[in-house]
Design a protein around this ligand. Structure first.
Ligand code: CP
Ligand code: NVA
Length: 302
């Protein structure tokens, strides 16, 4: 059966943890002779902008002996309304895996239904699973296993927040979420997260005693028309020095990037000693290559 990663919970806890362990091993070894993807191609469909997702997949595929094709909606027939079903069928006869970054999770599901090869969600309106594999890797690298620890999500209950909720289940940590009214994560995703997820009243309560503090942009791609309204709604939700002081002294700060200094995070925090954002960004490459190995059934036996 073809495996896809449309949301983090498509993986079992054991699989997700195994991919993160494998990502750490790949990063530590950096063996230029390890080229499992010779002759393999990854088609990358983008209807939204990207720096990290594009470059990490493209560079990763090349480092591991394969090739990635950057396909923007406008440069392909997708931009002229070719049905996803036809796109999926055709690409999966020519490529070994497909990555898609678009708005609609439902469209990703449609693509996967008609694909013979693994489909990977490179961000949708609802989820950003690849980001969370990199985040679990960086957390593990800096502070050991997330199991039994506590993370604080401060701000928008968005796609990255939804994947964080799913990560809490798979990696067994507690997640406290502080979002302004009307910007909470989707109820059904919170509910599925079970007792590990707690929605709290304000940023200070979420950060209290946390091992990890996370935030993301207040205005995600496609929401630009709401920017002014969101700036007002999110006042009081900036991760600044005072908020970080409420977390554990050894707490780390994560942000998937791109960031807006002076909005969701102060420059002193994101550029300060607790921030691990560049290790986090680098891990996109290692985590995704471990993921591609897994989806193609190529993970070496430990
Ligand atoms: N974090 C992340 O997905 O970055 P890009 O939008 O640059 O791909
Ligand atoms: N929530 C952000 C993440 C960007 C990587 C967005 O969807 O724009």
């Amino acid at each position: 059966m073809t495996r896809h990663l449309l949301k983090l919970s498509d993986l079992s806890a054991q699989e997700a943890q195994g991919i993160v362990e494998r990502a750490i091993a790949l990063k530590n070894s950096r063996d230029p002779a390890y080229r499992p993807f010779i002759g393999k191609t990854l088609a990358m469909l983008f209807t939204k902008s990207s720096t990290r997702t594009r470059v990490s997949f493209e560079s990763g595929m090349v480092k591991f002996g394969g090739h990635a094709l950057f396909l923007s909606a406008n440069a392909t027939q997708m931009g002229r309304d070719e049905p996803l079903r036809d796109t999926a069928n055709v690409l999966s006869r020519m490529c070994d895996a497909i990555m898609i970054r678009n708005d609609s999770q439902a469209d990703q599901e449609e693509l996967a239904r008609h694909s013979r090869v693994p489909v990977i969600n490179g961000l949708s309106n609802l989820h950003h699973p690849c980001q969370l594999l990199a985040d679990m890797q960086v957390w593990t690298e800096h502070r050991g296993s997330p199991k039994g620890k506590t993370a604080a999500w401060i701000g928008d209950g968005n796609n990255v927040c939804h994947s964080f909720i799913e990560a809490a289940q798979l990696f067994d940590f507690k997640l406290k979420i502080a979002s302004p009214k009307g910007y909470e994560p989707a109820q059904e995703i919170v509910r599925a997260g079970g007792s590990r997820i707690e929605l709290v009243a304000d940023a200070a309560s979420a950060a209290a005693g946390a091992d990890v503090v996370i935030t993301d942009t207040w205005t995600s791609m496609g929401q630009e028309a709401e920017t002014q309204r969101r700036l007002k709604a999110f006042a009081g939700y900036q991760v600044d020095d005072a908020l970080m002081k409420r977390a554990k002294p050894e707490a780390i700060f994560l942000h998937c990037l791109p960031a807006h200094r002076g909005e969701e995070v102060s420059a002193s925090v994101i550029d300060g000693p607790q921030s691990v954002i560049y290790d986090e960004a680098e891990n996109r490459l290692w985590a995704q290559m471990a993921l591609v190995e897994f989806l193609l059934g190529m993970t070496p036996k430990a």
